[in-house]
Design a protein around this ligand. Structure first.
Ligand code: HEC
Length: 157
């Protein structure tokens, strides 16, 4: 195979992979049930900013069970399941390998609005040494928190 031809073949594979990824994202969003008006934007923000590590949550399934995830994390299956995260005790997903820094800080408090706001403002300032590195600016931060508060409220399993 000539160099140019080999190059084209690689490019073909790369494009194919990209198309697959885009299709997957489009499918994930299409598979979700309709939301109340005005929440679409917030869900899209969550999908963009959080779901590559946390997966898409099942709205209205209020517990944290793994089956309440629609789609596992799209690219990096890194973070714990966020279904039912609002008012859920910090660091409570059994079997998830939280960082040592996070475990030391997760001493029985719950993810209320304040905690989520501080965490998403700068995860490293809140928990130095955490494995989540993220700073979310306003108004995105507020919209994502409102979305979680409404559609991912904790209920004891
Ligand atoms: C690049 C990957 C990544 C992204 C993007 C990300 N997170 Fe995380 N998140 C993590 C990891 C990893 C942890 C575990 C942190 C630790 O153990 O130190 C985590 C932990 C959390 C926790 C603690 C959960 C618990 O069980 O106590 C919350 C809440 C959270 N993330 C919310 C969010 C939200 C909301 C977004 C989007 C605005 C987001 N994360 C985006 C990787 C990510």
């Amino acid at each position: 195979m000539g160099d140019a031809k080999r190059h084209m073949k690689h490019l073909g594979h790369a494009m194919h992979g990209l198309a697959g990824l885009l299709l997957l994202s489009a499918w994930s969003l299409a598979a979700l049930p309709a939301l109340a008006e005005g929440d679409d934007e917030a869900r899209t923000l969550y999908a963009k900013v959080c779901s590559k590590c946390h997966g898409l949550i099942q709205e209205d399934k209020l517990s944290w069970r793994p089956e309440n995830l629609y789609v596992p994390a799209v690219t990096l299956p890194l973070g714990p399941n966020l279904s039912g995260i609002y008012l859920r005790p910090a660091g409570s997903i059994e079997g998830y390998p939280y960082s040592r820094a996070f475990r030391e800080l997760a001493t029985g408090w719950v993810w209320d609005e304040d905690a989520l706001d501080t965490w998403l403002t700068s995860s490293q300032e809140f928990v130095r040494g955490s494995t989540m590195y993220l700073k979310v600016k306003q108004p995105t931060r507020g919209k994502i928190i409102a979305y979680l508060k409404k559609y991912a409220r904790y209920k004891k399993p």
